[in-house]
Design a protein around this ligand. Structure first.
Ligand code: P6P
Length: 338
């Protein structure tokens, strides 16, 4: 029986798609694969190794930092540092970016932004969590230490983006601008195998994904959209189905496979929304657009937003294009009373 191609074989076969990379981007994706395997290992044994639970410290977002957050952050940093392909890294878990400027990194041309363990508040209730990554070419002079501006690039400049979802199975889903491909991890062999080639999101779906507990804080347009989703109208296949896991990677992955919309709007509790532009919304927006979907802040394409700061938050509407357009229509019809 013909076996599935591995992630490593796929990267080599598609090397030609990276017009300016002489293998560094391939090597960088391989580093991410290795770090993902290591984090997967720790997550799978978390229940036994008693490393569940808050590490006691707070991250830059002021959120209780789970031990696995810390571990995942350290694993990605040490693996990416060792492999010499990047000259700097920024993470949800760190206030500032870090510079890799020793001799093996001096001519590296890529920077990486990561959310090392998204959805970590779900860890101790055994719900899927994930790692999200975004890769850019540096814009400052090669050979010199990276600057903040290397990280504050709009999402339309990404050279690659993806996520690992640590769920009932562990998968790595990524794009380099030539479609979206997903690989499923076989722990018995220790390899990721191509399981979902050229993924496409359906134009519309039955699922809307939003934390309705925040309803009273939401803009009127979002409230009206939620009510529209809940109305009885068989001709437009309504009411839709509400599904909200509280883990962006898990909600996004389900919608990519089944169709749907994920919304984290701004509100009185979160004036700019909760999700971070650079290492959550931009990579997910790149992926969804490469799969035929849409991602906006309700008005502006996510990938066109010019970042102002590293941990900047934006409202996030992402998924099946017709559903995102419908939600945007309600936001136009009921403009904010700011
Ligand atoms: P809320 C996890 O903390 C996260 O960043 C996303 O993974 C998730 O979709 C969202 O926040 C959940 O936030 O406010 O609904 O609990």
């Amino acid at each position: 029986m013909e076996r599935h191609i591995t992630l490593g074989e796929f990267i080599i076969q598609n090397q030609k798609d990276f017009p300016y990379a002489k293998g560094e981007l391939s090597a960088l994706l391989s580093s991410i694969r290795l770090a993902g395997k290591m984090v997967n290992q720790e997550i799978n044994k978390a229940g036994l190794a008693n490393i569940i639970g808050a590490a006691g410290e707070e991250n830059v977002q002021g959120e209780a930092q789970q031990k696995l957050d810390v571990l995942a952050n350290d694993m990605f940093i040490s693996t990416l540092r060792k492999r010499g392909e990047i000259c700097g890294l920024a993470s949800e878990e760190m206030e500032d970016h870090i510079v890799f400027d020793d001799e093996i990194h001096s001519d590296s041309k890529y920077v990486v932004l990561i959310d090392p363990l998204d959805g970590s508040s779900n860890i101790d209730v055994n719900v899927s969590v994930g790692t999200i990554f975004s890769i850019y070419r540096r814009v400052t002079k090669e050979g010199e230490p990276v600057q903040l501006e290397d990280f504050l690039q709009p999402g339309n400049k990404q050279v690659a983006a993806g996520y690992l979802v640590y769920g009932t199975s562990t998968m790595l889903v990524y794009t380099t601008g030539n479609g979206v491909n997903a690989f499923t991890y076989d722990p018995g062999i220790g390899s990721f195998f191509l399981s979902h080639p050229n993924m496409r999101v359906s134009e519309k779906g039955k699922i809307y994904s939003i934390n309705e507990g925040n309803y009273v804080h939401m803009p009127e347009g979002v409230k009206q959209y939620i009510k529209w989703c809940q109305e009885l109208d068989p001709s437009t296949n309504r009411p839709l189905t509400s599904r909200y896991i509280g883990s962006l990677v898990a909600d996004f992955h389900r919608n990519l496979l089944k169709g749907g919309i994920y919304i984290y709007p701004k509100g009185t509790k979160a004036p700019n929304g909760k999700l971070r532009l650079l290492y959550e919304c931009n990579p997910m927006a790149y992926l969804i657009e490469q799969a035929g979907g849409k991602a906006s802040d309700g008005h502006t394409r996510i990938l066109d937003i010019e970042p102002k700061e590293l941990h900047q938050r934006v409202p996030f509407f992402c998924g099946s294009p017709i559903m995102v357009e419908k939600a945007e229509e309600f936001l136009r019809r009921y403009p904010d009373q700011d």
